[in-house]
Design a protein around this ligand. Structure first.
Ligand SMILES: C[S@@+](CC[C@H](N)C(=O)[O-])C[C@H]1O[C@@H](n2cnc3c(N)ncnc32)[C@H](O)[C@@H]1O
Length: 239
């Protein structure tokens, strides 16, 4: 598991919680929170929960239960620290082997984890089975324009992007967080087809444009983040 390799979880945590320098904070999170809306009273399942920072946030907003699962022991250890003294839980589990009682959750959320899966469609079907009728699925992934190419960006803040091999879906290897990671590229259309094919109605597709209020006045970084989309966020409702 990539996140259990030495130093990866630590480097990822520093990047993820890096404030203005973290696009998770300036781009993905505002779109996600707007899309999730009111979570009060909901039973929530988080796939690839990482350190469960989202869980702490949703519990503060009044969700009834939060259960995070992650394939990395290192990440779950961090999640347990985040969730201590709350009613949230975290467990080591491969989401490709997800099996929950049918109709047991109201909201399945996943942030930047589903592009690690080769067989996304099977996981989407398992999510549908786990949701109560009318329950919601909301997930973000690296934007397909980012996962498309195998080109390795040079270190430091990125100033150029390559979109290539877009219609060749499948595995991509990248040097990231100091190690080699495998992501699975699929097109926007394939994400949408996976959702509808699993029995959901698509309710929103967002490209997570940067949120100016999160840049602390750093106009140069805001302008850089306006150049290309980094994240795709999809929301759906179980039929
Ligand atoms: C980019 S991190 C995102 C973590 C967290 N959602 C966040 O927003 O910080 C991706 C997470 O997905 C988890 N992951 C990847 N493949 C997985 C799998 N097959 N089953 C469960 N978790 C997985 C990783 O261990 C990692 O914690």
């Amino acid at each position: 598991m990539f996140y259990d390799r030495p130093g990866v979880a630590e480097r990822y945590g520093a990047h993820r919680h890096g404030g203005v320098s973290s696009p998770n904070f300036t781009m993905e999170e505002p779109a996600l929170l707007a899309e999730l809306g009111d979570v009060a009273g909901l039973d929530v399942l988080d796939l690839g929960c990482g350190d469960a920072a989202l869980g702490a946030m949703l519990l503060r907003q009044g969700c009834t239960n939060y259960m995070g699962i992650d394939g990395s022991q290192e990440m779950v250890t961090r999640a347990e620290v985040t969730l201590q003294d709350t009613r949230g839980t975290a467990a080591v589990q491969n989401m490709e082997e997800l099996s929950l009682p049918a109709g047991s959750v109201d909201l399945v959320v996943s942030r930047l984890a589903l592009h690690y899966l080769e067989d996304l469609d099977a996981v989407l079907r398992a999510c549908h089975a786990a949701l109560r009728p009318g329950g919601r699925l909301c997930f973000s992934v690296l934007h397909p324009v980012i996962t498309s190419s195998d080109a390795q960006p040079s270190p430091g803040p990125r100033g150029s992007w390559t979109v290539d091999d877009y219609f060749f879906s499948g595995a991509r290897e990248r040097l990231w967080m100091g190690d080699t990671v495998t992501w699975f590229h699929r097109t926007v259309e394939q994400y949408v087809d996976g959702i509808t094919g699993a029995g959901f109605n698509l309710t929103a597709l967002r490209e997570c444009a940067p949120e100016p209020s999160r840049f602390g006045g750093d106009e140069a970084e805001l302008a850089r983040r306006r150049r290309v989309p980094l994240f795709l966020l999809l929301s759906a409702q179980a039929t």
